[in-house]
Design a protein around this ligand. Structure first.
Ligand code: URA
Length: 272
């Protein structure tokens, strides 16, 4: 395509498909570049000072509106904080409309496994199979995760599995930092309620988000961190995401070292 040639519809659709836009969500197009409604938060602030504003709502892909990120993060924190049990947390998430990913996903993918487990694994976000089944890690990378945890004598009856983001991003795109921040209070509360002895973050996004590090997975994998729930410090290990291991099998050797380290930690912290 030369700069002055107009793309054909076919070329445009091919471009969208490559970018992960693989389904239509509404009959009418939505102008996402139009200004969101801006509501002043500190209306009594002196005029000489900058007024902090929160957009009340932003348009979703469906053409309706969702709370703007700051408001959504605030309501996510409030909702998650009040959940006394995992069941209530799940119900709150089902009702939560602050994350636009909910409108494009088929269903919520909350968790799988045993809530009483001593070990919890957290991935990034559901993919296509997870979105269809409503369970985390059931696709190809999930099958590898099952084999990995099976190698140290665990399965889904003795482990708990969740994701930082509980809705599939369209076309499996990377969740935006805003989407991650909106969903963060829910996974933090989920970890607090499961209260495992060992937390394992799978891959870079989960590790950086939950363990508050900016270092990449090549540096963080195999390292133990302290994860502070506010009421207890949990030992947390970062390791490779199984999807990465499927693409780069030579790293399975290091992943095995991490699994041995996890097994040892569980042995050392024998419950009283
Ligand atoms: N990748 C993830 O991070 N989570 C899933 O549930 C599936 C694939």
């Amino acid at each position: 395509m030369t700069p002055d040639s107009t793309p054909t519809v076919r070329q445009l659709l091919a471009f969208y498909l490559e970018a992960g836009v693989d389904c239509a969500l509404g009959d009418e197009p939505v102008d996402r570049l139009s200004d969101p409604v801006i509501l002043p938060v500190a209306s009594e602030a002196p005029l000489s000072q900058p007024v902090r504003t929160i957009p009340a709502a932003v348009p979703t892909l469906r053409g309706d509106t969702a709370p703007a990120p700051e408001a959504a993060i605030h309501s996510a924190r409030e909702a998650a904080r009040t959940a006394p049990t995992l069941e209530v947390l799940r119900e709150l998430l089902e009702k939560f409309d602050g994350c636009a990913l909910k409108s494009t996903a088929t269903r919520l993918v909350f968790a799988d496994g045993n809530p009483q487990a001593r070990i919890m694994f957290v991935g990034e976000a559901p993919g296509r199979e997870e979105d269809l089944e409503g369970l985390p890690f059931v696709g190809r990378s999930g099958k590898l995760l099952d084999r990995m945890i099976g190698a140290i004598g665990l399965d889904r009856t003795s482990a708990y599995i969740a994701n930082v983001i509980p809705w599939r991003p369209p076309g499996n795109r990377t969740p935006t930092p805003q989407e991650t921040q909106i969903c963060l209070p829910f996974i933090q509360r989920q970890i607090e309620l499961v209260n495992p002895d060992v937390l394992v973050t799978l891959g870079n996004p989960s590790t950086q988000t939950l363990l508050s590090t900016r270092e990449g997975i090549m540096k963080t994998r195999g390292r133990w961190f302290d994860y502070d729930t506010g009421t207890r410090v949990i030992r947390a290990l970062a390791t490779f995401h199984p999807a990465y291991l499927l693409r780069s099998p030579s790293y399975k050797r290091l992943s095995w070292q991490d699994l041995r380290s996890i097994a040892k930690a569980l042995e050392q912290q024998v419950p009283s």
